[in-house]
Design a protein around this ligand. Structure first.
Ligand code: ACO
Length: 353
């Protein structure tokens, strides 16, 4: 019986599964192709903070080979060269060693930026040589690299803090946020904030929505945003449900907002056309939302991981939005392809500087 059902599965489920997988990967490849082609048209210098890490070296090789960016590996030159050789990678990447290169200059700059935040000159020197997140952040702040990728070997907050302190947010932004692009067979979703703001206020939710909508446009996707909650348009009334509603009010009053946004609404309302067209036909959303704004970090982080693991979405991210210069903080365990994709996103950001 086991054999029969196994054979039946092979006949029916497997091709179907493979077809679905191919369709989904096709969609995400198509989305990334837009970005990677844009990156290749004018590649920029991308610093990889954890330059001695094998995955970073492999990613640097691919990034350089494909002409997506000019990678700069940060770390001990000897270690990087030996590792590249061991991996059988024939290339001669640019290497900058924080223990040796630009040490004084970057230490001075870090001190200048942080002297009124409790950092002495000798502490600044220590941070520059010991933590390549500080080194890389100053490098980008000074324009010696156009973008920074980090986070592979750090806990997310400790890799994120140096760029927030040194590079900070863009002129028109007060908050950074982490966005995942999730591709399914027939649709693409941008989910935010999945990695930064623990308990966002209505103002933060509104700002994150705007950043996420502009990011969607970089991928040639016209944004339709939903402010998510466990309540549908006032069906539950309390502080938690008021917050996303206020964020929608802020966006509706903002003359810069040129995309439909509505809420608060439940997740199924946001993505199921029949619900939007039926009970809630008054919403600004004529079609299901493709920008999903979660009410807090727990919901956002848990939500995107469930979509990825159970919903079968291909996830690209976390893309950090709202920063003054392109920085992306990878997650531990990310793969070479994640690094390459984020390098492409960073280059496209840098092109618009
Ligand atoms: N946007 C922009 N800048 C910010 C933000 C924000 N949301 N939050 C803090 N900053 C700035 C501050 O203004 C400050 O700058 P300043 O020193 O020049 O004034 C700097 O960052 C450091 O701020 P602190 O208050 O010292 O840092 P804090 O301890 O609050 O850390 C952090 C900020 C790291 C973003 C924190 O809020 C955090 O840990 N967030 C959650 C990160 C996380 O755990 N994500 C989930 C894990 S990701 C995964 O899936 C594995």
């Amino acid at each position: 019986a086991a054999m029969t059902s196994g054979a039946a599965r092979k006949d029916i489920d497997v091709p179907d599964y493979e077809e679905r997988l191919e369709a989904r990967l096709g969609k995400s490849r198509e989305m990334m192709r837009v970005v990677l082609n844009k990156a290749k048209s004018n590649p920029k210098r991308v610093a990889l903070a954890e330059g001695t890490d094998e995955k970073m070296i492999r990613a640097a090789y691919q990034i350089q080979e494909q002409g997506i960016a000019e990678p700069i590996l940060l770390g001990d030159a000897e270690t990087i060269r030996t590792t590249a050789e061991m991996l059988g990678l024939e290339f001669d990447p640019e290497i900058v060693d924080p223990a040796v290169d630009n040490h004084e200059e970057y230490g001075d700059r870090l001190h200048e930026l942080r002297q009124r935040k409790g950092i002495t000159r000798s502490e600044a020197g220590e941070l520059i040589s010991r933590d390549s997140n500080y080194f890389g952040s100053v490098m980008v702040e000074q324009g010696d690299a156009d973008a920074l990728l980090t986070g592979l070997t750090h806990h997310y907050p400790s890799a994120l803090r140096p760029p927030l302190q040194v590079i900070g947010t863009a002129e028109d932004a007060d908050y950074a946020a982490g966005v995942y692009m999730l591709t399914f067979k027939n649709r693409v979703i941008f989910a935010a904030d999945t990695t930064v703001n623990l308990d966002p206020t209505a103002d933060v939710l509104a700002e994150v929505t705007k950043h996420t909508a502009s990011l969607a446009r970089r991928f040639n996707v016209e944004p339709r945003a939903a402010m998510l909650s466990y309540s549908n348009f006032g069906s539950v009334e309390n502080e938690g449900t008021r917050k996303p509603r206020q964020a929608v009010d802020i966006l509706h009053d903002d003359p810069e907002v040129d995309f439909p946004v509505d809420g608060e609404m439940q997740a199924d309302t946001a993505v199921v056309e029949e619900i939007l067209d039926g009970t809630y036909d008054f919403t600004e959303l004529e079609e299901p939302a493709n920008v999903l704004i979660f009410p807090n970090l727990e919901a956002g982080n848990i939500g995107y991981k469930l979509l990825q693991r159970l919903g079968g979405a291909e996830a690209i991210g976390p893309m950090l939005v709202g920063m003054d210069k392109p920085v992306h903080v990878l997650q531990r365990g990310d793969e070479v392809k994640d690094i390459v994709n984020l390098a492409g996103v960073a280059v496209v950001d840098a092109q618009e500087e």
